[in-house]
Design a binder for this molecule. Sequence first.
Ligand code: GAL
Length: 360
Amino acid sequence: MKRIISIMLAAALIISAMAGCRTEDGEEGGTARIGISMPTQSLQRWNQDGANMKAQFEAAGYVVDLQFAGDNDIPTQISQLENMIATGVDVLVIAAIDAFSLGFVLEEAVAKGIPVIAYDRLIMDTAAVSYYATFDNWLVGALQGTFLRDALDLDNAEGPFNIELFTGDPADNNIHFFFGGAMEVLMPYIESGKLVVPSGQIEQAQVATPMWSTERAQERMENLISAQGYGPTGTPLHAVLSSNDSVAQGITNALLAVGYDADNFPLLTGQDCDIASMKNILAGHQSMSVFKDTRTLAAQVVLMVDALLKGEPVPVNDTEIYDNGVKVVPSFQCVPVFGDINNYVELLIDSGYYTMDQLQ
Ligand code: GAL
């Protein structure tokens, strides 16, 4: 039954993709072209996002121009966008590397009447963004903070517990939500002294990780280890908050290098359920992650683009949260889900996201 419904849905979308698009001179006809700009291929999730969107748009009858901006290279992203605009795509779907550097190029999209959908990361300081498709980013942080609170049993245990904090790229608007959502849970315990941040680094700017880089996170963790003397026989480190998996992987590398193992590993959070992090979770070298099913987000973007091109109301479920400095961008937030060693089979394997072999 499900299959029949999805075939019917795909057929309906194909018909609308064929019918609802403009040709260069504004006449109806042809097939609508979707320009998809992803930030990097070096992080697993963006490959998956790109591949899922391409497949789902093509299944719905659209033509897709999918580009990855090297390894988070801002000038490459800008020139790829310029090129897509010049070749006359009908819609742009963009996961920005730097939320603040696309305003100028997007003016060209506006001039050509090309709508822009911000994908996962909000594009800031421009009126050119029509819609935003993302996950509930505050909830991502809240899931991480709540996990640490409960795993340390902060309401009952005597403590104090030592924690260090890591978030992501300062040019990614999402970190306000990830870090904010986690700190809303953790801050009362820091204020009461139950949680201690020995480095004293608790401001978002102090704990940011440029480009979400695994190497930069590893370096910072190594510095914290030498400055504070953390180690299995040194200063206790009970937990590390990390906003995502690529950052968590750097933290794990640094902790393993000073002798932590599965028996004494500090609690460590993540996000994305990257394969590398799932392997760490199975080995006891990371505690949890947050699953954001990129298939769901891709499907939502296809629905939004389809409605947009047909001139129908675009499905959104939030019109208040995501202010980009110029306007509040109507958004659709998908639901992120807690993932760990106890539920990964159901969440990731049974759902067909990964095969068990990929996690071995
Ligand atoms: C964020 C995204 C996360 C994470 C990170 C690094 O914007 O929401 O899922 O992957 O970027 O690319």
